[in-house]
Write a protein that binds this ligand. Structure first.
Ligand code: ATP
Ligand code: MG
Length: 551
């Protein structure tokens, strides 16, 4: 699907027309320090989508310059998620494969008098950096000779110093109004094993130095990133120019995707996982790609949602209901309809012959008749929802209550004759009668009922667990009272998961992980890929049916 016109595409068109570039090369550059989330999906779709519009290239590049936080587990999950979203990268690169070249570019800067080894501590560097209104102060080590810097930098590489003892800084301008240009740190010491280069290195390039070099080395033409890097663009250009890179990629920023009731920073997601607020990175309540996949979102629904949010400089907040809208749209014609009872109440149909069983016909999806028909058994004992019965109903309650008649979807009218309770007064069973004249599909017009409820035949019902979700994060923040610190963890919804044991139609017995269904009145569900087994199916609710949301 073509991107609608947007300001990034306009730059690309201009660059091709003017001959600045012959082709478009983009990259998706995740740091393998966590799982991808739906914000990353936006970046993926923009990078792959735009290059595709011009028959260009998109690389997957792991920005793996921080061994302390990175891991192959994350590398593998990221690859899987990009593919699942429906994208194929041209080349697969690791920034760590360029460490040697980056090192020699840093040496080049030193030789040009544009970089120096600094002995100030991290705190001192911060202090010396100044503020938005005050210029920075030069480090006493800024005047070191080129020779001394070359020697010290080599010693840093050789492991002669401990973590934090020294850094390499670009020598730019300590009084620049742009704080990013006040001699940014470009190399630091970290004695740590890297997932790719092992113990070969103990100095690692900083993002602001590494990223432009990575882009230039790969011949990226348009380096698309999020808006918070706007102030870093002058530094990006400085690095490319002063390191004398052959290719000169252009950084272009766009506004991040934000969604209501959703935290998207990897740091926060990691905290939710590690502190066990959720059950792993693929918990269906998380906005991670793996969590959304497990919940039952489809790649199409995510892509369509992201495209609808557009590409702009601003970072608005999108209503999470819009995401739900797109998955309903996608599943409407694809998902078989079925009936499942989430919170069962036994019903005995006393005038239905004992031992008799009949098979009723029902469409698999009335909105998509090509999907055909299914058979549903019906007999003397069925389950209905506890919520579909009330002993003392309010006015306008049209479901089951003593003396009232309702339609059983695809079956007959039944009338509630007797309520059976246990010793505590809890309703445990209903005795009803049915009217054989009212069978669905026979055109019965004798009388009408106001309520239609779903059910599952008891003897053949397949046990199932239902997991219903609410937003993990509540947006309505209570003000912190004095002296109290609030974090996003205070907004974690304690009721974000509710689990029910119920039953589904017997024709669902063979359901496979990731099969998706629309349960009558309950919404769309996905067979859980981890916990569902033939003896007990597990269904994750993707979304309920109704929404007030309109595009
Ligand atoms: P986070 O802030 O969630 O930790 P990040 O930016 O540190 O994410 P990276 O692995 O560096 O994570 O991200 C890879 C790419 O995805 C970057 O180009 C980044 O700008 C982009 N990206 C991350 N979050 C979003 C978002 N919410 N909307 C759009 N793009 C995003
Ligand atoms: Mg990042």
């Amino acid at each position: 699907m073509e991107h609608n016109s947007n300001f990034i595409k306009d730059v690309m068109i201009k660059d091709l027309e003017s001959g600045k570039h012959q082709t478009v090369v983009t990259r998706f550059p995740p740091e393998p320090n966590g799982y991808l989330h739906i914000g990353h999906a936006k970046s993926i779709i923009i990078n792959f989508g735009l290059a595709d519009d011009f028959n260009g290239k998109t690389n997957l590049r792991f920005d793996d310059t921080n061994p302390l936080k990175e891991d192959v587990e994350f590398v593998n999950s990221i690859k899987e998620d990009v593919k699942w979203l429906g994208f194929e990268w041209d080349d697969l690169f690791f920034a760590s494969n360029y460490f040697e070249e980056m090192y020699s570019r840093a040496v080049l800067l030193i030789n040009k008098g544009l970089a120096y080894v600094d002995d100030l501590t991290a705190d001192e560097i911060r202090e010396y950096r100044g503020t938005l209104t005050e210029p920075g102060k030069e480090s006493p080590y800024r005047k070191r000779s080129i020779e001394e810097n070359l020697e010290l930098f080599e010693k840093m590489r050789a492991g002669k110093f401990g973590n934090g003892e020294k850094v390499l800084r670009a020598k730019i301008d300590m009084s620049s109004p742009n704080i990013n240009l006040r001699d940014p740190v470009i190399y630091r010491i970290a004695h740590a094993t890297h997932h790719n280069t092992g113990d070969k290195w103990c100095i690692y390039p900083m993002y602001a130095f590494a990223h432009p070099l990575e882009d230039a080395i790969e011949g990226v033409t348009h380096s698309i990133c999020t808006i918070e890097f706007e102030d870093q663009r002058p530094l990006y250009n400085w690095v490319v120019e002063q390191c004398e890179m052959e290719n000169t990629p252009q950084q272009i920023e766009f506004g991040r995707l934000n969604i209501t009731n959703t935290v998207m920073s990897k740091r926060k997601l990691k905290q939710l996982v590690e502190e066990e607020y959720v059950d792993g990175w693929d918990d269906p309540r998380l906005p991670t790609i793996s969590g959304m996949r497990r919940r039952g979102f489809t790649p199409e629904s995510i892509r369509n949602f992201v495209r609808e949010t557009g590409v702009s400089k601003g970072s608005g907040v999108v209503d999470s209901q819009m995401l739900e809208h797109f998955v309903r749209e996608d599943l409407k014609l694809k998902a078989p309809r079925t009936m499942g009872v989430i919170n069962p109440l036994k019903v005995v149909i006393t005038n239905y012959p004992e031992g008799q069983i009949e098979l009723l016909d029902a469409e698999i999806n009335p909105e998509n008749p090509e999907m055909g028909m299914r058979k549903i058994p019906f007999s003397r004992e069925i389950y209905i929802e506890q919520d579909d019965f009330m002993e003392d109903p309010p006015k306008k309650y049209f479901r089951l209550f003593p003396g009232n008649e309702v339609r059983l979807k695809h079956a007959y009218f039944i009338k509630c004759e007797e309520v059976i309770k246990d010793a505590n007064g809890k309703v445990v069973e209903l005795h009803c009668t049915y009217d054989p004249e009212t069978k669905s599909g026979t055109g019965f017009t004798g009388r009408k009922v106001k309520g239609t409820i779903h059910w599952v035949e008891a003897a053949h019902a397949v046990p199932a667990e239902f997991r219903l979700y609410e937003p993990l994060i509540l947006d309505e923040v209570e003000e912190a009272s004095e002296g109290e610190e609030k974090t996003f963890l205070d907004n974690v919804n304690p009721n974000s998961l509710e689990v029910f044991q119920g039953f589904v139609e017997p024709n669902m017995k063979e359901s496979m992980p990731h099969d998706k269904f629309q349960f009558f009145r309950h919404g769309y569900f996905n067979v859980d890929p981890k916990d569902s087994i033939a003896e007990k199916l597990v269904f994750n609710r993707i979304v309920s049916l109704k929404s007030s949301f309109k595009l």
